[in-house]
Design a protein around this ligand. Structure first.
Ligand SMILES: Nc1ncnc2c1ncn2[C@@H]1O[C@H](COP(=O)(O)OP(=O)(O)OP(=O)(O)O)[C@@H](O)[C@H]1O
Ligand SMILES: [Mg+2]
Length: 380
């Protein structure tokens, strides 16, 4: 078996990471502020597979190079039902990271003895109780900062899949309040990453959440970045690629990181052992495989959970929209529905990342290959 240098299931390793310079520069600026006792936080938002986790790993590398303690949180959806769970989860993870960095052997012991912040049963968060929780959490965070201070310049909390925190009532506002209030005594920087909804609400773009976690919206990779990525991946494998094949990958993927890496993986997968060239022949041979894998792994899980009506509307849009871009007025014509009837379904499609809204009143389907997929499954 030949080793495939591409892996769409894993976030990019920092040495194969390309692009995102503006986001990295912003992160570096905010990090310097934080290290100099003037903490700043931010958020990273992007649709599925746009490279959020990869970017967090890059941030982690940068922060560690700057002598910061980094705590990356993810996969907590089932563990966090409320704000108290969130406080405990964050404090526990920071403490574990401090202990592991100090190479103390008492880690296991400490984790076992960890007591939740408050006994929690059916404790509803009245304003008063929320203030108690805030106060206790702040004390705990301040204590953790004091412990870290001799060894680290800041504590960077990278919270991935933060869209699940948006579903916990009041959680993001709570985080903002806590980290804003301790900013004068502790150097914490918080980075939220996910398919976040709060930055999307135009009318609230100056809301406290948007100001405290200014959103960096991830865009498609550029041609140059994709070419750089291919070079870095293929050179060590002694593989060549024709310009035609590069243009095919760059064009068809439209710069969507997951689609791009998945296509590279599947192309490589179709190479024979003795082959050392990726060319149009190979592309032809693997076209069907690429199509069916993207349908199964990426497009179908986005399409099938949609409501029946949203599917019908999406199909009407895909059938009629020639250039992948359309206005609300066109959508009403194609679906034969009024705009007020359509609005909630358009919102559903936006929330799921199937539609993007590049400008006011203009929408586009997130990927042409997805549009083609919809046209193929519409009669099933
Ligand atoms: N800047 C980048 N450089 C190189 N490869 C990247 C970059 N960003 C993303 N990728 C690749 O794209 C794929 C998806 O990236 P990643 O998992 O980071 O996306 P995500 O936004 O976290 O996805 P999800 O929404 O599923 O959590 C991975 O295979 C990753 O290697
Ligand atoms: Mg991710």
């Amino acid at each position: 078996m030949r080793f495939n240098p591409f892996n769409p299931q894993l976030p990019a390793r920092p040495d194969f990471f390309v692009g995102r310079e503006p986001e990295i520069i912003t992160f570096e600026k905010y990090l310097v502020q934080t290290m100099h006792n003037s903490p700043m936080s931010l958020s990273v938002t992007g649709n599925r597979g746009m490279g959020k986790t990869s970017l967090l790993m890059k941030f982690e590398q940068v922060a560690k190079e700057n002598s910061c303690l980094v705590v990356r949180l993810s996969n907590y959806e089932s563990n966090i039902k409320d704000i108290i769970d969130l406080c405990d989860f964050i404090a526990l993870n920071i403490k574990s990271e401090i202990l592991s960095k100090k190479k103390l052997e008492r880690l296991g012991e400490w984790v076992k003895a960890f007591k939740p912040t408050l006994g929690w049963n059916d404790f509803t968060l009245t304003l008063e109780k929320k203030q108690v929780a805030q106060e206790l959490f702040r004390q705990k965070l301040t204590k953790l900062w004091k412990e870290s201070k001799p060894d680290f310049k800041a504590i960077v909390l990278l919270i991935d899949e933060a869209e699940s925190l948006e579903k916990v009532p009041g959680a993001l506002t709570f985080l903002r309040e806590v980290f804003q209030r301790i900013s004068s005594e502790a150097n914490y920087m918080v980075v939220l990453a996910g398919k976040l909804n709060f930055p999307e609400k135009m009318s609230e773009s100056f809301s406290p959440l948007n100001r405290f976690f200014p959103a960096q919206k991830l865009r498609s990779l550029s041609q140059q970045e994709m070419k750089e990525y291919l070079k870095r991946k293929l050179n060590p494998e002694n593989l060549d690629i024709t310009d035609e094949a590069v243009n095919y990958l760059v064009g068809k993927s439209e710069g969507h990181p997951y689609v791009f890496v998945a296509m590279c993986y599947l192309l490589f997968d179709s190479l024979n052992d003795e082959d050392s060239l990726i060319d149009s022949n190979l592309i032809e041979r693997s076209a069907l495989k690429i199509k069916s894998h993207l349908a199964k792994d990426f497009f179908s899980p986005m399409f099938h959970p949609l409501s029946k009506k949203a599917k019908e509307i999406l199909i009407a849009i895909c059938t009629n929209s020639k250039k992948n871009e359309f206005t609300l007025k066109e959508a009403t014509k194609w679906s034969k529905e009024t705009s007020s009837y359509l609005s909630p379904y358009i919102l559903e499609l936006l929330k799921r990342g199937i539609l993007n809204k590049p400008e006011r009143a203009t929408y586009c389907i997130f990927h042409t290959l997805f549009l083609e997929y919809v046209l193929e499954v519409k009669d099933d």
